[in-house]
Design a protein around this ligand. Structure first.
Ligand code: NDP
Length: 264
């Protein structure tokens, strides 16, 4: 229970990687607020977290939900203030909300470009600005940005997403330096293709564009991973939970690939 007394705010916590991270942080004793745009999905996810927590016999950690769109600056600031009222100052921020819509560069409209930057990069900027004063006041904090291997290398047909995730890695490094003497660490976790809805969408897109079967499309994505498999959400959550521990205090400004050796 190394995180007992901490309050983790997780954007995109209703499913996929964010939900797995919420589960891992709860298991270490943190209270968690999961945030996203869909109240029903958040309630469902929160119920599953509460049930898992009760089964583990742990009583203290609490789970709350927060409906917000990370691209809406005013809504982010209001929601984060409300979350702190409910479960106490936020000391762990997981900037996880993201979208990965593909388009060849020639067909990338400025609207699409802006949307990818808004959700994957500016959303993290808004949330971090809203949470940081609480961490500074507490004198302790952990910020983990879920970037991607697309923040470390290029992939074709997702140039806007790749640009946004490289931006998120850059933000991670710059902010880590600014906060280095404040007991607040800032790191990026960079998953490879991970078994979630985003990958289901990518598989559907490959099937539609190429006529390949689901099995072939899945194998194509897994082929980029030297372990020849899709990453599992728990593998990403393990890295996140470790970075959030007090004993990880010397880890800052890092971008850790969780990708079976795809990037090294
Ligand atoms: P999912 O699509 O499963 O989940 C995305 C989450 O983000 C949902 O909870 C969604 O909730 C939320 N979300 C999306 N847009 C917004 C928004 N504008 N405001 C608030 N919440 C939002 O994705 P993953 O779990 O796969 O992805 C999580 C993160 O991991 C993303 O940043 C993604 O880029 C990154 N990643 C994923 C990889 C993969 O292969 N799966 C690989 C590398 C990185 P709702 O729609 O209800 O708002």
């Amino acid at each position: 229970m190394v995180l007992s007394g901490q309050h983790a705010f997780i954007t995109g916590g209703s499913r996929g990687i964010g939900l797995a991270c919420a589960r891992a942080l709860l298991a270490q004793g943190a209270s968690v607020t999961i945030a996203g745009r869909d109240a029903v999905a958040l309630e469902r996810a929160a119920d599953s977290l509460r049930t898992g927590n009760a089964r583990s016999g742990t009583q203290v950690p609490r789970v709350d939900i927060c409906v917000l769109d990370v691209t809406d600056e005013a809504a982010v600031h209001a929601a984060i203030a409300a979350a702190a009222q409910q479960l106490g100052p936020i000391t762990i921020l997981l900037n996880n909300a993201g979208q990965a819509q593909p388009a060849p560069f020639a067909k990338t409209t400025s609207r699409h470009w802006q949307q990818m930057l808004d959700v994957n990069l500016t959303g993290a900027f808004h949330c971090t600005q809203a949470v940081l004063p609480q961490m500074l006041e507490k004198g302790w904090g952990r910020i983990v940005n879920i970037a991607s291997t697309a923040g470390l290398k290029g992939y074709k047909y997702v140039s806007a997403y790749v640009a946004a995730k490289h931006g998120l890695v850059g933000l991670t490094k710059a902010l880590a330096l600014e906060l280095a003497t404040k007991n607040i660490t800032v790191n990026a976790v960079c998953p490879g293709y991970t078994e979630t809805d985003i990958v289901q969408d990518a598989i559907a897109n490959i099937m539609q564009k190429t006529g390949r079967s689901e099995e072939q499309a899945r194998a194509e994505l897994a082929a980029g991973n030297p372990q020849q498999k899709l990453v599992q959400v728990e593998e990403v959550a393990n890295a996140v939970a470790w970075l959030c521990q007090p004993s990880s205090s010397a880890m800052t400004g890092q971008s850790i690939a969780v990708a079976g050796g795809e990037v090294m």
